[in-house]
Design a protein around this ligand. Structure first.
Ligand code: WT7
Length: 677
């Protein structure tokens, strides 16, 4: 955190009980894609970067690359230089020969009595081509242009993404739950002239108006100087329009109408350099606005494909379900790009896991014969709490399961393993980030035993290192946490923060770099922003962020973004946001406010602040509690002591606060938050 007197999580010594390890079931090992331990030797540092040839070979190249890793622009890494490819060809066209009539996507609507939609690879091919024709011919989209996509979980979302990829255009998918304002900021940051949305979708049994957010997004983008020329609107129901907002005659178009002009269109795929950007994915950082993580075509796709093959153990015959949203990086890499590169069948689910009840995911898995299941601890916790015995009622047989996005408590892990996986599924706890494109740490499911609560060793070709704050290595087996870093580049790593290379270098590479002029990758360890400990067996346990980022239900929220939203409320003078532990969501934001002189604390002000957060960011950022205080605890230099507030919110002791400028307010706030002692 930003306060001067704070101890970062990285400095805290950790002592936790060593967990019992579980060995993968023999039936899993017998069929696994990767059982050869020597992969770790092949991907050792002395074979770096040539080892990644193995990942590049999973792709179909129009022109083969000549240089595996170019470091001349360090720390911008160019992988597979000289290579040319098209991502939609790799995900769709090349599978037609063997898998034309196999399901690429099976879409499950939230309403249980609505029919499923199955898209074969052939059908996907046809629809991607038609949408590419619409983007190219109706909106003038060409290679390098950015297209923002703000859509729910429907097949038209990956169709639109792949249509962009076919043209060499850069998509920027914004999570459907984000507000129109948040979408508009991303539209303007990326300079998108085209915004693709949907009229409505189901969530928790209700049909929600989504198009209204498009109007808000266009307005916000305009205020920031970016003019959206085309809003393309997919429809949840054919020939119906489920939005209160009107269609602006020259700007808004129903995709269905435009498609009629392009029936059976075939759009030649645009061959792109390996390093051409494929997409932007915005994520929250320590300060200011969300940053657009720019991912490459060849490097990213090879990494998504390789990790999907080896760690997700996807074969073309598997039925794979990643219950995440495509609007996050997990969905990009492990619902769309990785599975499709491997010709898998990938399930898309429109709704929330608990609708209409907590048996729903297991009914879907039973009906579709899902054998690989992938989700986040927050969902596992929720399903366990709401229906601890539900999985036993269904005929489900997973060979493999994933947990991703935040640390999982060992007892929750054991429920996942024994009750959901029936002790037969191999579990991988995959640790990675929006920035990293694919997994950084995980066990290799047929090779390593699983350890509840630990992500596992670095992936093949990923060489983690933990530094203390002075840049000294903390060796594995030391019970002390430090800053989680990766020694070497890898093909899935993002290329830059869109439009802000300085921030990219500063945030991720400057901290442990010794020579800013160096062109040698060894001098540029990547800093994840997480605190971690490495056990003597080389397994990493991720403890959480060392910066001002809150991981809510596996999604990142910047405290600064939340605080800015609070400050939009007239009465608010100061705002501080802190993470509180939550049984289901992992962490939730809690808000402290000091009011401007002359205003009295009221429920109405609290409500206004919550509303402002919903409008600026979205409902996912809703705080657990808003506390209005007479003054913020501050250091003598005037910095708000967020750590003191965080201790109060989490029921902890605040420790010694006598050096603060106003120690008496701490006791006042403590009584309010924790009740009188
Ligand atoms: C942050 C990244 C990874 C895709 C979804 C989230 C935390 C991620 C784990 C894990 C413990 C984890 C880290 C990381 N995190 N995976 N397996 N165990 N913590 O992507 O929104 O970019 O968030 O999530 O703190 O930095 P993201």
């Amino acid at each position: 955190m930003t306060d001067q007197t704070t101890v970062t999580e990285a400095q805290i010594a950790v002592h936790w009980q060593e967990e019992e390890k579980f060995h993968p079931h023999h039936s899993f090992i017998a069929q696994a894609n990767m059982t050869d331990e020597s992969i770790y030797t092949r991907f050792g540092l002395d074979n770096f970067p040539d080892c990644y040839r193995e990942y590049a070979d999973l792709l179909t190249w129009d022109k083969l690359w000549h240089t595996i890793l170019d470091t001349s622009e360090a720390p911008t890494w160019t992988w597979f230089k000289g290579g040319m490819l098209n991502v939609s060809v790799n995900c769709v066209d090349r599978h037609l020969a063997l898998h034309r009539n196999k399901a690429a996507f099976i879409w499950v609507p939230e309403l249980e009595d609505e029919p499923l939609v199955t898209l074969t690879y052939q059908e996907l091919y046809a629809r991607v081509n038609e949408m590419a024709a619409v983007l190219r011919d109706e909106c003038g989209v060409k290679s390098g242009d950015r297209v923002t996509i703000h859509m729910p979980m429907v097949p038209e979302l990956p169709i639109t993404m792949l249509a962009c990829a076919r043209l060499g255009a850069v998509h920027s998918v914004v999570f459907g739950g984000f507000s129109g304002h948040a979408c508009g900021q991303r539209v303007s940051d990326s300079g998108s002239k085209v915004l693709v949305v949907m009229d409505a979708y189901y969530r928790n049994g209700g049909l929600i108006d989504h198009k209204e957010k498009a109007d808000e997004a266009v307005k916000t983008a305009k205020e920031e100087g970016v003019n959206v020329e085309h809003v393309l609107v997919w429809q949840r129901y054919k020939d119906q329009y489920h939005s209160q907002t009107k269609m602006h005659s020259s700007r808004d178009h129903f995709v269905a109408d435009l498609l009629t002009k392009h029936r059976s269109a075939i759009v030649p795929p645009v061959s792109m350099p390996a390093e051409a950007p494929l997409f932007l994915m915005y994520t929250s950082g320590t300060t200011g606005r969300p940053k657009g993580c720019q991912h490459s075509s060849g490097g990213y796709l090879s990494y998504a494909a390789g990790t999907s093959k080896f760690v997700q153990d996807i074969h073309p015959t598997d039925v794979y379900w990643c219950m995440a949203d495509i609007g996050w990086i997990t969905g990009h890499s492990y619902i769309v790009y990785g599975p499709l590169a491997l010709a898998a069948t990938s399930i898309l689910y429109e709704g929330v896991p608990g609708y209409p009840d907590s048996g729903r995911p297991w009914r879907i898995a039973e009906r579709l014969g899902v054998n690989i299941f992938h989700t986040a601890p927050t969902t596992i916790r929720m399903l366990r709490k709401a229906g601890p015995d539900e999985p036993l009622k269904y005929n489900i047989h997973f060979k493999h399961m994933t947990t991703v996005g935040e640390p999982i408590e060992p007892e929750v892990w054991r429920w996942y393993y024994f009750t959901v996986g029936k002790g037969k599924a191999a579990i991988v706890d995959t640790y990675w980030q929006t920035e990293t494109g694919g997994f950084l740490c995980s066990t290799m499911p047929a090779i390593h035993p699983m350890k509840p609560g630990s992500a596992g060793p670095g992936m093949p070709g990923i060489h983690p290192i933990i530094f203390d704050d002075d840049g000294h290595e903390i060796p594995a087996g030391t019970p002390k946490a430090g800053n989680m870093c990766i020694r070497n580049p890898w093909p899935g790593a993002f290329q830059t923060i869109y439009g802000d290379r300085d921030r990219f270098v500063k945030t991720y590479y400057a901290k442990f770099n010794k020579d800013p002029k160096s062109k040698d990758w060894r001098d540029w360890p990547y800093f994840t922003g997480d605190a971690a400990v490495a056990a003597s067996d080389g397994y990493y346990r991720i403890l959480g962020r060392v910066d001002d980022v809150i991981n809510v239900a596996g999604h990142r929220l910047g405290t600064k973004e939340l605080e800015s939203a609070c400050l939009l409320v007239e009465e608010v003078a100061e705002a501080a946001v802190v993470p509180v532990n939550d049984e289901i969501k992992g962490k939730m934001p809690e808000i402290y406010l000091a009011l401007k002189p002359g205003y009295k604390k009221s429920k109405a002000i609290e409500d206004k602040v919550v509303k402002s957060i919903e409008v600026s960011i979205g409902k996912i950022a809703r705080p657990r509690h808003v506390w209005i205080v007479s003054d913020m605890p501050k250091t003598r230099s005037g910095k708000i002591m967020r750590r003191v507030l965080a201790s109060l919110s989490n029921g902890r002791d605040v420790g010694d606060v006598t050096t603060l400028a106003n120690p008496e307010v701490v006791e006042e706030i403590r009584q309010m938050v924790q009740g009188a002692k």
